[in-house]
Design a protein around this ligand. Structure first.
Ligand code: HEC
Ligand code: HEC
Ligand code: HEC
Ligand code: HEC
Ligand code: HEC
Ligand code: HEC
Ligand code: HEC
Ligand code: HEC
Length: 423
């Protein structure tokens, strides 16, 4: 007897749970009839959604939960385009595009689109691959007007085709460089880039885009390990251990430390937070061109630095932040000096006709590239973003080792050249 009571309870609970599940499934899944108020608003009103509830139910379901759907934005607002649009085609009596571009978003989001177009996430990201080859004259003009395009005397050139891009060629680059850099690819309708790279369709969720994984899709790996550095930082630890309790859905511009007690990539680089307004111009809080071989100051460097520090100051004291920046600037100077040393060695070999000036034609050219592109960059990024292991063991130490290799290899090349044994 004593054993049977719990058994009845178990069976009873199972029946209740299954009944609740069935009720839940019937009321929450997208179906022809449309059960929630949200789906009901589509049925009949939005012809696309009515039919697509059968064709692609997940898309309708996902979209129905978005803020935009709740504000009355319909499928056709993004997908239906003018007859002259080169990206459009006929579809069930409509003229639609299957890849809405910023041109469609801009009808309602003028400010975000303009900021995005004036950031390095737009034109410059694609220029980094093929120069201006794929740009219309208007797209080229827009891109040239970006403040953050100026690099100072030591910047790496971008308006030319990238040597690695051409070396790897079309069998590789569509699945590699192009996938990430398409965030700024010029579109045939005249617009630039793809908002969808961060605002994943069809939820367009703020909670999602504020989390570091969204940025980490592209900002990872040995040449730009921002995702890994963030994971190592105290901020990343707070996010990983307590982030599930934070208020991710707070309205744009209203975020404070009460919502997010530690910052994510978006908080520092984009979000309206404390006194700083939201921006899609991701360069406006950066003071140096850290991605360049030798890092120089950005056009509005000092002002940008104050903007970023304004974000830090919501949670830290001024002396603390001053200290972080002083230590990071010092790492940057150290790296700059070592990269310049390596560059001088390579330039000397070219000048003396020991190696060709063509990039990646000799082993030493690859080695000198890794020196700044992997180790130098990593050390600099990590110094500003709180990743000591990346400053040290993934940054400065391998950089010094690599510099030593470049020096020894250059000496060998010179000796071979003198003896006439170099092919
Ligand atoms: C009468 C049904 C019906 C209507 C109405 C309809 N679609 Fe479709 N749609 C389909 C079918 C069927 C497919 C093909 C799905 C597949 O191949 O998996 C499709 C595919 C698509 C695609 C992807 C492929 C492509 O052709 O670009 C998009 C985007 C799309 N529809 C958007 C829309 C939009 C936006 C509307 C409203 C302006 C709309 N549809 C209206 C049935 C419909
Ligand atoms: C806020 C703008 C927006 C709205 C509203 C919107 N879409 Fe989309 N849709 C997009 C974007 C952006 C893409 C992806 C474009 C790309 O791949 O670059 C897309 C892609 C699609 C695709 C192609 C998916 C694939 O992987 O092939 C279909 C089908 C589609 N949408 C249907 C719909 C339907 C149905 C609705 C309404 C329930 C809808 N969309 C509402 C922006 C929107
Ligand atoms: C027809 C007008 C319209 C178009 C086109 C449109 N949006 Fe929206 N969008 C809105 C409205 C309205 C809101 C809700 C604003 C609010 O509630 O503050 C919104 C909100 C958003 C939000 C914030 C979501 C949130 O949870 O607060 C994002 C992100 C967004 N849109 C991205 C896009 C992208 C990307 C595109 C193009 C692919 C696009 N929108 C196209 C009208 C539009
Ligand atoms: C995983 C995504 C990803 C892939 C794949 C990728 N990149 Fe990048 N690339 C980035 C990111 C992110 C940055 C920004 C680094 C920064 O600012 O710290 C960047 C920066 C650059 C830069 C420096 C910025 C500039 O405008 O000069 C160049 C050049 C570049 N990438 C070229 C390439 C080439 C060529 C390939 C393929 C051989 C490639 N990238 C593959 C994500 C990627
Ligand atoms: C690099 C990633 C990224 C790209 C690309 C991007 N966004 Fe955003 N967007 C964000 C982030 C992060 C937020 C949230 C900011 C915050 O925390 O409030 C946001 C917020 C928004 C909002 C709500 C902001 C507000 O103040 O109401 C809109 C609307 C929006 N984006 C539209 C767009 C449009 C349109 C594009 C393309 C032209 C675009 N975004 C491209 C990352 C991105
Ligand atoms: C689809 C790939 C992709 C995603 C997703 C992405 N980025 Fe980027 N990001 C890039 C590329 C490529 C560059 C380099 C552009 C260039 O300088 O040529 C870049 C550059 C940057 C820069 C440097 C800008 C400058 O002026 O030098 C910052 C800061 C940045 N991204 C932050 C973010 C944040 C924050 C997010 C997430 C909210 C994000 N990115 C999401 C690809 C991406
Ligand atoms: C605590 C704030 C903070 C967080 C969190 C943060 N960053 Fe940064 N980030 C910075 C600072 C500070 C710099 C250096 C700014 C300067 O140049 O003055 C920087 C530099 C960068 C750069 C280098 C741009 C260049 O010049 O090459 C990129 C790209 C970037 N961050 C992306 C990210 C991504 C992606 C994440 C999340 C994975 C992230 N950041 C998290 C503060 C932050
Ligand atoms: C939303 C609040 C918030 C913002 C904004 C913020 N931080 Fe933090 N930060 C924290 C918290 C919380 C910790 C963990 C505190 C601890 O170490 O006990 C932390 C820790 C740190 C640490 C590690 C401290 C240590 O003792 O190890 C550094 C360095 C740091 N932050 C730098 C910055 C910089 C630089 C900025 C701006 C670019 C910034 N933070 C922006 C909340 C923030």
């Amino acid at each position: 007897m004593r054993n049977q009571i719990p058994r009845t309870v178990v069976v009873g609970s199972a029946v209740v749970i299954i009944t609740l599940l069935v009720i839940y499934l019937f009321t929450s899944l997208p179906k022809g009839g449309g059960t929630t108020a949200q789906q009901a608003s589509f049925t009949g009103v939005d012809k696309c959604a009515t039919c697509h509830q059968r064709v692609t139910p997940d898309i309708v379901f996902q979209y129905a939960s978005s803020t935009m759907a709740k504000s009355g934005v319909k499928c056709e607002d993004c997908h239906v385009v003018g007859k002259g649009n080169p990206m459009g085609h006929d579809h069930e009596g409509f003229f639609i595009t299957s890849t809405p571009t910023p041109k469609q978003c801009a009808r309602c989001h003028v400010r975000e689109t303009s900021e995005f177009e004036h950031s390095r996430h737009a034109g410059p990201a694609w220029m980094a691959l093929t120069g201006f080859d794929d740009f219309s004259p208007a797209q080229k003009e827009l891109t040239k007007s970006i403040a953050e395009l100026t690099r100072g005397p030591n910047g790496i050139p971008t308006a030319t085709r990238n040597a690695i891009f051409d070396m790897e060629g079309p069998n590789v680059t569509p699945a590699a460089c192009q996938s990430c850099h398409a965030i700024g690819k010029p579109n045939k309708d005249g617009s630039i880039g793809n908002c969808n790279k961060c605002h994943l369709r069809h939820e367009f969720s703020l909670a999602q885009v504020r989390k570091p994984e969204v940025c980490g899709q592209c900002h990872l790996g040995p040449d730009h390990p921002q995702d890994e550095i963030y994971k190592e930082s105290a901020h990343g630890v707070m996010y990983a251990t307590e982030g599930d309790k934070w208020n991710w859905g707070q309205k744009p511009g209203r975020l404070t430390t009460r919502d997010l007690p530690a910052p994510t990539c978006a908080t520092c680089h984009m979000s309206g937070f404390g006194g700083q307004g939201t921006t899609h111009e991701v360069g406006t809080r950066l003071s140096k061109f850290l991605f360049a071989a030798v890092s120089s100051e950005r056009p509005n460097g000092p002002q940008n630095r104050l903007a970023m520090q304004g974000v830090c100051m919501n949670c830290h004291s001024q002396p603390f932040i001053k200290g972080v920046y002083e230590r990071a600037d010092s790492v940057t100077s150290f790296v700059n000096a070592r990269v310049e040393e390596a560059t001088n060695i390579i330039n000397g070999l070219i000048k003396d006709n020991i190696i060709t000036s063509r990039p990646f034609a000799t082993q030493i050219s690859f080695d000198a590239f890794d020196l700044w592109h992997y180790y130098g960059r990593t050390a600099k990024f990590a110094a500003y973003m709180g990743g000591p292991d990346y400053v040290q063991w993934h940054g400065v130490y391998p950089l010094l080792k690599q510099l030593n290799k470049v020096k020894e290899d250059a000496a060998t090349l010179r000796a071979e050249h003198r003896r006439g044994t170099r092919p």
